[in-house]
Structure formats: C-alpha cells, structure tokens
Design a protein around this ligand. Structure first.
Ligand SMILES: Cc1ncc(COP(=O)(O)O)c(C=O)c1O
Length: 319
C-alpha cells in the first residue's frame, strides 16, 4: 500500500510506522471495531472530502450500535482528518477512520476495555481497478448469504462483520470473478462484498431496500439523488436473483469502488455484455459530483482549508 507520513491516533499525529497496538487489543480478537471508508478528491474547488459529515455520522451510529462511546467530538474527528490530509501533503486519498476496543480487557464483556480512535489516509486507486470502471466487472452470486439482522447489525459498518464479505470475496476471486454479489437471508439480492447494487430494466432502476440487510451506502444515497435529479425512475424493492440475469444493465457503487458497471453475472452477459448507456450516464454524473464539477452537489464536499497545507509547510506542524 501507499504509505503516508502521519496517522492520527487518539488525538495525536504520529509517524506512520509508530501507529501500533498491543497484540491483546480487544478488537483484534473479537472484531469489536467500527470503521468508515471515505475519500478525498482533488476537486474543482481544491482537495475536498466527499460527504464527510455523513461518514462521521455513520461512524458514530455504528459505534453506538455496538455500545462503544467515542471519546472525541465529531468536529474533532472531522477537523483532525482535514489536518491529517494536509500534513501528509495529499490532494486526493482514501480515508479510514477506525474506532475499536483497545488493550486492557479480555473476554466477551467489552464495556470496560478502552475505546481507541485512529484515522489513516493514503493514496488508493479505484478498488475494482480502472479497467473495471471502464469496461465493467464480472461478478458471481456468492454461496455465502449477507449477514442477517437476526444475528448481527447489517446497518453497522463493524469490523467483525466483514468476515462475511471476506469469505464472499475470496470465493469469487478463487472462481475467477472480480466481485461477489451476496443474497440476503431470504434469498433476495442484497449487495456486493463492499458495494451497493442497482439493476436497470426498461429504463427503470431498481435497488434493494433497507429491509434487505444492506449497508446504508453513502454513495448509494448520492447516486439515487443524482438519478432522480436526472429524471430517472428509481425503485427500492426486493430483487430476485433471476432479475440479475434479466437486467438490461447492472452497476454497483461504494466509496472504495466508486461507480462500477457489472458486465457479467454467473457467466450470463448483462445486456450486450458491456456497460450500458444509463450506467455510463450515471457513472459520469457521479464522477462529476465527486470532483466538484457540478455546482448543485458542491455542498457534498468538505474542502481541506488551504491554510492547513500552508501551515504544514512550517516546521512547527511537522511531527
Ligand atoms: C458491505 C458494503 N456495502 C456497501 C458499501 C457502500 O457504502 P458507501 O457507499 O457508504 O461506501 C460498502 C462500503 O463501505 C460496504 O462495505
């Protein structure tokens, strides 16, 4: 991975190589952590974090769902993240805030273990590759079902829950596909291993509703709004597996992957086997929003103040 200089750890900026934890950190053993995946883009108005507040809100919500009080104000996480980007001299990067039960308590009752908070930033290209974004990816319906609300909390972005995505991802990779599509516990289409999914039929876009155990994706929300603003009908409803094969177009979206066409599912070509017209239009409108090229979506951007880059040049801000 592309290393940066500094990581924010429990209120301090520490050198990348010193951002360490003890092997008896609670979260390492039991998955007791929650996290976010966020991106900063070099936009028309300078480096800016996409839907920063939404990501921070979801982080706090995930933490609360797992009884982890975050010992920092939201604003401190936000401003420290902007400062971290500037102090690392980055103009575009992936951002990974992590809240986890730390060192000091073992066993399954975690409420006395400390809650640690870190934010890391690094340069990270499109998760499913630039070629995937261009030409579309091949996906496989996973034999693993998405975690159900009977056992875990699908709406939380919790570390331990990602073992589900990891199994699906490995299975699809070993079978020669680029991404996995998970069905939910009822057998309805749910989402990719790290992306929400949309199908297009006869000009209407369908996507699974919250009741399908999806993660309430922030890119999903943005793309739904963009499509409605474009005059496209978007319907949130259960989707049967066979509808994946009958779709004219398919695409998925997530912060790491961005907006990616799916050109094949379980060896069935989707439509003509290449990204369709509607997908291309949505992908391009989404890219415009991410890069600040569309005035009406500029409010989704949280700019990194230019003064922070200037201050980072002076010796008193360097760790
Ligand atoms: C399981 C899962 N679903 C959906 C998404 C998409 O969410 P977002 O657009 O908020 O990144 C992600 C990525 O965070 C994910 O890990």
């Amino acid at each position: 991975m592309n290393q940066a200089d500094l990581i924010w750890m429990n209120g301090e900026f520490v050198p990348w190589e010193d951002a360490k934890v003890h092997v008896l950190t609670h979260g390492l053993h039991y998955g007791t952590g929650v996290f976010e995946g966020v991106r900063c883009y070099d936009t028309e108005i300078g480096p800016a974090v996409f839907r920063h507040t939404d990501h921070i809100d979801r982080l706090y919500k995930s933490a609360e769902l797992y009884y982890m009080p975050i010992p920092f104000e939201r604003e401190q996480i936000r401003s420290s993240t902007l400062e971290l980007i500037a102090r690392n001299g980055l103009r575009s990067c992936y951002i990974r805030p992590l809240v986890f039960r730390g060192y000091g308590q073992m066993g399954l009752f975690p409420l006395e273990a400390p809650v640690d908070v870190t934010v890391a930033v690094w340069e990270w290209g499109a998760y499913l590759g630039d070629e995937g974004k261009q030409k579309g990816v091949r996906a496989k319906v996973s034999s693993w079902r998405r975690i159900s609300p009977d056992s875990l909390i699908p709406h939380a972005k919790a570390s331990g829950q990602y073992l589900n995505s990891v199994l699906a991802k490995i299975e699809s990779h070993k079978a020669g596909y680029e991404e996995a599509i998970l069905l939910d516990d009822k057998g309805h289409v749910c989402e990719g291993s790290g992306e929400n999914i949309f199908i297009v039929r006869e000009g209407v876009v369908y996507t699974p509703p919250q009741t399908a155990s999806i993660l309430d994706g922030i890119s999903r929300k943005a793309i739904i709004q963009i499509m409605r603003d474009m005059g496209i009908d978007v319907v949130e409803r259960d989707i049967a597996r066979a509808e994946l094969y009958l779709a004219d177009e398919l695409f998925c979206c997530g912060t790491a992957a961005e907006c990616v066409p799916i050109r094949e599912v379980d060896d069935h070509a989707v439509g003509a086997g290449q990204p369709g017209e509607l997908t291309r239009a949505v992908q391009s409108a989404f890219e415009d929003a991410l890069h600040g090229r569309t005035e009406r979506y500029r409010e989704w951007l949280d700019p990194v103040p230019v003064e922070l880059y200037e201050a980072a040049q002076t010796s008193d801000l360097v760790a």
